[in-house]
Design a protein. Structure first.
Length: 137
């Protein structure tokens, strides 16, 4: 089963700014960041579009809790979280399978997301070796 909600971290080319977000449609949300759909947004202002971390959840409630937890941490902790799964800080967008299927009857497009099986398990769990898995203590 695919995750229904996502927590993600994006950055800019120099990794000077981090943005933690939550969404129920990761491909569309990444497209919105990359194309600066809201030119006055934080991500547009700081040119944030490089996906360096993402994690899937079964429910939006779980995802929001994780997002708030990560946002409450200092930058060093967030850097360690990214480094634990993406030490090169490469753009992970290619790891999610984006299939654009335009409908001739609609103005919008449908996106479908599949997890990258070697690194993530769908259903809300980061890969098993994630040393920074959070707890609600």
């Amino acid at each position: 089963m695919l995750a229904s909600a996502w927590v993600y971290i994006i950055t800019n080319v120099h990794h000077t700014t981090l943005y933690v977000g939550v969404t129920n449609d990761l491909p569309t949300r990444l497209w919105e960041h990359r194309t600066k759909q809201d030119p006055k947004s934080f991500s547009a202002k700081y040119n944030l579009s490089i996906l360096v971390f993402y994690q899937g959840f079964d429910s939006i409630v779980e995802a929001i809790a994780k997002e708030k937890y990560i946002k409450g941490k200092r930058r060093k902790w967030k850097e360690a979280l990214v480094n634990a799964i993406n030490s090169d800080w490469k753009d992970l967008t290619a790891e999610i399978s984006l299939e654009l299927r335009p409908s001739p009857f609609e103005h919008s497009s449908s996106f479908f997301l599949k997890c990258h099986p070697e690194r993530w398990t769908c259903g809300g769990n980061a890969r098993a070796k994630d040393p920074l898995q959070y707890s609600q203590k």
